[in-house]
Design a protein around this ligand. Sequence first.
Ligand code: ATP
Ligand code: MG
Length: 557
Amino acid sequence: MKEVNEQTVEKKSLNFLEEIIESDLASGKCDGVLTRFPPEPNGYLHIGHAKSICLNFGLAKKYGGKTNLRFDDTNPVKEDVEYVDSIKEDIKWLGFEWAGEHYASDYFDQLYEWACQLIRKGLAYVDDQSQEEIRKNRGTVSEPGVDSPYRNRSVEENLELFQAMKDGKFKDGEKVLRAKIDMAHPNMMFRDPLMYRIVHAHHHRTGNKWCIYPMYDYAHGQSDSLEHITHSICTLEFDVHRPLYDWFIEKLGIFPSHQYEFARLNLTYTVMSKRKLLELVRNNFVSGWDDPRMPTICGIRRRGYTPESIRMFAEKVGVAKRDNVIDLSLLEWCVREDLNKRSNRYMAVLDTVRLVITNWEEGKVEECYGNVNPENPEAGKRVIPFSRELYIDRNDFMEEPPKKYFRLKPGGEVRLKYSYIIKCEEVVKDENGNIVEIRCTYDPDSKPGGEVWRTVKGNIHWVPVDRAKKIEVRLFDRLFTEPFMGSIPEGKDYKEYLNPESLVVKTAYAEPALMEDRSGIAVQFERVGYFVMDKDSTPENPVFNKTVSLKDGFVKK
Ligand code: ATP
Ligand code: MG
């Protein structure tokens, strides 16, 4: 958590990206700010993407600029409209609106033409070497690479071959287009990087029009330039690509977009690559991309996180220039912080034991009143019916309690929240010695709003047996048992660390007002945690997902 504190302090001044932007605006290097968020539609967005979204949209907004959404759809084999749709939904849900909606595939004609320009300038060539040969001949960091035997083809021959590649005259992998730079360059990226490869596959937007597809390094910067992106922000691993990004733009003489890198978000107990998340889905380790244990935006949403809490998290994490790992408890802290202010309160008992008030008339029902949200007086009151038989939580009773146990115990008193003080008179057990009923008496003078207010130390929640609503609760824990401090332990597979107890399903009973809640966000089950209604709910079987507990109960091992 140290990193976070450092950054919170730093935040009061400008972060390094804000410094760059302010200096660019001051010097006239740009006269406005246009950023972009460039997802590849090959999976659902995760919390790391949320960080990038908040950053790109946040920076543009701060400086009166705009942000484009651009799908980096240059790999037809892995991409799909399902992902395009989910990405748009997630960005909107986070609370952002993009200026232009673009697709790298919209630029395929222009990119092709520019590639021909580079061929004409003698800066690109068609290579017949296999992928294997190309890799082998690239050399290593300490050894120069070997020129391809096809490197010195004439411009005419290259243009013809490139056209033939486009026209589908060759099979996948038979030829590639490469930039002609320097096979001995100290930056491996400059050793004649690939610009195009042949892929005979259906593209979700361009159909079968193309069978050659541009590589990331060639497509990305040119797409930025076409849109006149001023600040192209990406994660640190792309810093070695930056000189190549600049090289293409310079050689083509097009709008000078610039790339800047920041540290990607890593979270403890979380894997965050789309490939791994897809694997969890495909192997049914989780119920889907939106399983509430997933770090995907749709999973976190289903878990009950609010857009406000995620934006708060992105803000707190700040932007760093070196890689770090953020504690998952910071994300949990943010959602607690937000829900504490906004969520409605209800009582629900997760582990029930029956409590009978022996001096309460059979059949008599009385109304108790509770604040819907004590943090927000305008939220009003809710009615909780009180009667002779109640459920309380088993954990709120102890037959042989330690000293300073303030919940219910034989002979002891507690207040039932919003209601009377009761005293435990007798415990009824079954033949196995399990407690089946706690028999109490109530003090008729102790009702809130009465003449004298008597206090007792314990204050427990309850629901009326006959009017409580039976609900299903899904209790989630971390999906992995390992914090993965930035990486997966040597020689291990992250799947070995799946937490077998990451989902526990229980039956619980809630006060009736819960079913009338229309807040649309997670609610607080008093003394338990925050819960949100799940899409699996039916009127007969409402399902509630636990978002987070009330306090950080996580003990570091
Ligand atoms: P993954 O590695 O999870 O598959 P990706 O980088 O391939 O992600 P893209 O769709 O290419 O996913 O990413 C879109 C944008 O989101 C990129 O600008 C990328 O840098 C950014 N991004 C991805 N992961 C993170 C992360 N963990 N933290 C911050 N930004 C991220
Ligand atoms: Mg990517």
